[in-house]
Design a protein. Structure first.
Length: 256
């Protein structure tokens, strides 16, 4: 039975719909929760894959949050061992940073539903291909990643050019949140810190009284379509777990 390591930063950002899918596929999950145990020691040797979830912190906070540096060292170890890695939002930014890419602020925050457009490579990608072009996906981020050198740019949005990349054949960074369901979106909208960020972002209301109302309306409209495609995308990633490992030579450790 394959063992998946999952890095979780805050209780509000769990695996979501990816959790039951992983369990149905027969994988065992081992969580490392940095909100509860920020100083936990990380050893990747016993695991066959890694999922790094989102969080409200940023890569540039690593001097104040030692666990971010530990996570990047663990991501680097998994990549060198040729094991599949999936980074979501903050997780994608950490993965990009390990690969030598910058993680700057995006010109505008993306909070809510945005159409995702795949590149030509994204339309052919073995993991992301099932996601229809112009599919609305859920977003909540203020930073973004540059596409790492030797990585493949897979998707963009109108407000953020860098939405997804693949490094090698089994490491993926997704800026967006395919793991969301309606209950988890409500949980974020009810979170005081998340609500404050949303209100301060000054984003358009898309014809609704406020951004919160717009997100709820768009969720009812788009969630079923996204979830159906997300299950296929995640299943394709999980197909990589347990496959023979192909080790990588990584860029110099300029991120340290």
């Amino acid at each position: 039975m394959s063992r998946l390591l999952v890095f979780q930063h805050v209780a509000a950002e769990p695996l979501g719909t990816l959790d039951p899918l992983i369990r149905r596929r027969g994988h065992r999950i081992r969580f490392k929760n940095f909100e509860r145990h920020p100083d936990v020691q990380l050893n990747t040797d016993r695991y066959h894959g890694l999922v790094v979830l989102g969080g409200p912190m940023n890569v540039d906070e690593s001097p104040q949050r030692a666990h971010l540096r530990s996570e990047m060292q663990a991501i680097e170890a998994m990549l060198k061992q040729g094991k599949p890695v999936l980074g979501i939002c903050l997780g994608a930014q950490l993965l990009a940073h390990v690969l030598g890419a910058a993680v700057p602020r995006n010109p505008v925050k993306e909070i809510g539903w945005y159409s995702l457009h795949k590149t030509a490579a994204g339309r052919q990608d073995p993991v992301l291909a099932p996601l229809d072009d112009a599919t609305p996906v859920f977003q909540w981020h203020g930073c973004r990643f540059d596409i790492p050198r030797d990585a493949v740019h897979l998707a963009r949005s109108s407000d953020c050019e860098q939405q997804a990349f693949r490094y090698g054949d089994n490491a993926y960074g997704f800026q967006f949140h395919l793991e969301m369901d309606e209950r988890l979106i409500e949980r974020w909208l009810d979170n005081p810190a998340y609500r404050e960020e949303m209100q301060e972002a000054g984003l358009p209301h898309d014809g609704h009284a406020d951004r919160e109302q717009a997100i709820r309306a768009h969720t009812r409209q788009h969630i079923a379509r996204m979830q159906a495609q997300a299950d296929t995308v995640f299943s394709n990633f999980l197909d990589l777990v347990g496959r023979p490992q192909r080790r990588h030579t990584l860029p110099s450790r300029e991120w340290v």
